[in-house]
Design a protein around this ligand. Sequence first.
Ligand SMILES: [Zn+2]
Length: 343
Amino acid sequence: MIPPNEHHASWASKNWPLPRRPSAALLVWLLVAVSAWAAPGPDFTIVALPDTQFYSASYPKISAAQTDWIVANRTRLNIVYVAQLGDITDQGDIEPEQWAHASDALYRLEKTEGLPGGIPYGVVPGNHDHRGGISQFNKFFGVEHFAGRSYYGGHLGKDNNNHFDNFRAGGLDFVVLYIDFDYDKLDYAPIDAWAEGVLKSNAHRRALVVSHDLLAVNGSFDPRGQAIYEKLRGNPNLFLMLCGHNHGEARRQDLHEGRVVMSCLSDYQSWPEGGGGYLRLYTFSPAKNLVRVQTYSPWLNRYKTDNASQFEFGYRMDGSPLAGLGVPLTEPAVVPGEIPPVK
Ligand SMILES: [Zn+2]
């Protein structure tokens, strides 16, 4: 794991040198320094729901168990956001009843008691959601469905295939950017230009990118993952990218201009019962500058605890101005995926 940077004082003084003439400038400096030293916010959790396609096709009770568990454990784990990783369904427009199953499960997040509008969440199309067309995705998870929700940030063009959300947790502001995927069948140039614009116009927010296919199970980038990373890595707010699609788990860290971007693959669909209900918990601890990753199935009430499924990574949240600034790489940059055993 990467230990948090413990040299706060030297870091702060190095980055904010005292002005020479004490004046209004000094007051401003003090205000900035004091706000940067504010106590870190509480821990909070982001849940990732990998490839739900087989649940939507054959095991709708498992999807429902996932979202019921998220709602039931929202307060205990301080769950602030849920991201589905694409391939919501197996057959896209070809099998509309799969969308009925998917929406029955995901809409449960919207009916969270005591939380108007529900738990903020986003979904993104994967290649399977494009089968036969993408109209069902936009019928159940389109612009009209999310428009007006406090966390909904906006979208590209007329549909919701590419969109973004905003939320605040632990005293930190986030933007979650969802990028459509269907192999080489989409025109990615305008999508990537829009994505770049979203990260630029949300430069004050810490940025996650969710796209269905980024990593192979050996930890290397797939073509779209490589392209997205190279196009967006110049944005200092980008720190985490999440994907599914390839059957297994993997992660990698890439260093660019002194900043680290973590990319994580999780997809359990090749396991019994379409994946057994396993989901990912990303628990952010601002006080420790650490993100703890766990893999858990509410359906089986079981954690998967091997190194591919449970790990930590360092990320600066202690009042520093964004991103994984200068967090050193202290573990192999690429952790190959584990081919899930058939149980
Ligand atoms: Zn896929």
